[in-house]
Design a protein around this ligand. Structure first.
Ligand code: FAD
Length: 376
């Protein structure tokens, strides 16, 4: 195969994984990122004051059932066991999430066994709602008004900036309750935390003589002409200079504070009451329980509508966005010499394992096309 000059826009997981694959095949890879660091939104760095490893763009827990992806990340970084156990403060009390037997027993001050709790929830669920259309109706039909108010309503209003009556029922597909004491947030077979952070892992993925990284470098479409192909992990609408308008996102503001000792006793504490302006507090030292630090770093997290100069975090994907997205996707499909990848390039919420899986699949498909002499 002839050697190609390839450009990756974005040094996050998408750009790094595809870039590495291309470099290993002997192609010349240039990676540009507008930020002053690699690893995209998974970026971790040590806090200068306390030495605590901080998840700069919000908490990132690695979890997957994909054995190849798990093997891939472990090739570049040691993953230590980590289970995500989230708590929530609601109505002046602390509860365990996701809603499990402990949460139900605590909330109702009962000592129910699994079958008793199941029957109890069925009894309090609002069965008058036959065909739920909204998130609120769906939640009420599943768990009734008390648990809905305590654990869903306030958090959802703050997270999405709208009433749960304006969100589709499809958000809550299954009964969001466990009738046992399992408080591990994720069900996945492989779960862990990188010993020295995600940024070290990405640094090692990028450590190949065929890869050159340029930070503080924003991609412009004129640059594409210098390359045989572009893999673009920036915002889809941004690629087209927002000519059809902006796809809606929620952005996050993090209010950092430091303390000594242990501030809240867990990594993530949600706040379910709408009167509390933040959605959660993350205490980063709990992500590395194998390290010891006297100081502690916490982030209060606030969610709001994303403006043109903000970092896009969560795609909104309601009706209005979906219509605009459809047109952007048509335009993207009509482009030659560029592949849109990753959470921003495809306007989807993607966990890290899915991002890596898609990057591996996209890279392999590209190489196959190249080997057979066809364009992607
Ligand atoms: P990104 O990481 O966003 O990388 C894209 C890069 O492109 C960025 O560095 C950006 O600066 C750069 N870029 C954009 N436009 C341009 C341009 N025009 N020119 C140059 N560079 C550009 N996943 C999990 O598995 N577990 C979790 O616990 C988890 N928690 C999350 C929490 C939050 C708050 C969010 C928002 C996401 C979370 N994720 C989690 C998902 C995870 O962040 C993504 O899977 C991952 O970041 C996707 O990588 P990416 O390379 O596609 O995108």
């Amino acid at each position: 195969m002839t050697k190609m000059n390839l450009l990756m826009v974005g040094a996050g997981l998408s750009g790094a994984v595809i870039g590495r694959m291309m470099a290993e095949e002997g192609h010349s890879v240039t990676i540009v990122d507008a930020r002053d660091h690699i690893a995209g939104n998974c970026h971790t760095e040590r806090d200068a004051e306390t030495g605590v490893m901080v998840h700069v763009y919000g908490p990132h827990i690695f979890h997957t059932d994909d054995a190849e992806v798990w093997e891939y990340v472990n090739r570049y970084e040691t993953f230590l066991p980590y289970k995500n156990r989230v708590k929530t403060t609601s109505q002046g009390r602390v509860f365990s999430l996701p809603i499990n037997l402990h949460t139900i027993n605590q909330y109702y001050e009962k000592t129910m066994r699994p079958d008793e709790a199941r029957a109890f929830i069925e009894e309090i669920a609002d069965k008058s709602i036959e065909d739920p259309q909204t998130f609120e109706e769906q939640a009420l039909r599943f768990v009734g008004p008390d648990l809905y108010e305590a654990f869903f309503k306030g958090y959802t209003i703050k997270q999405w900036g709208c009433s749960p009556t304006e969100l589709p029922a499809s958000i809550l597909k299954r009964l969001p309750v466990r009738f046992n004491y399992d408080d591990n947030y994720f069900f996945h077979k492989f779960q862990g935390m990188p010993e020295n952070g995600y940024t070290q892992m990405v640094e090692r993925i990028l450590d190949h003589p065929g890869i050159t990284v340029h930070l503080n470098t924003r991609f412009t479409r004129e640059q594409a002409a210098e390359y045989d192909h572009v893999f673009y992990s920036g915002p889809l609408d941004g690629y087209f200079d927002y000519e059809l308008g902006r796809l809606g996102y929620r952005t996050l503001d993090f209010e950092k504070f430091t303390d000594t000792g242990d501030y809240q006793g867990c990594a993530v504490m949600n706040y379910g009451d709408v009167e509390v302006p933040y959605t959660r507090i993350t205490e980063h030292k709990h992500f590395s329980p194998w390290e010891e630090h006297e100081g502690t770093v916490c982030y209060r997290e606030f969610s709001r509508a994303c403006g043109p100069d903000d970092i896009p975090y969560y795609p909104i994907r309601l009706m209005e966005e979906k219509a605009m997205l459809g047109t952007y996707v048509e335009k993207a499909n009509a482009e030659t010499g560029v592949t849109f990848v990753g959470r921003l390039g495809t306007y989807r919420y993607l966990d890290m394992d899915v991002t890596i899986r898609e990057a591996l699949d996209t890279g392999r498909a590209f190489l196959q096309h190249a080997a057979s002499g066809t364009q992607m």
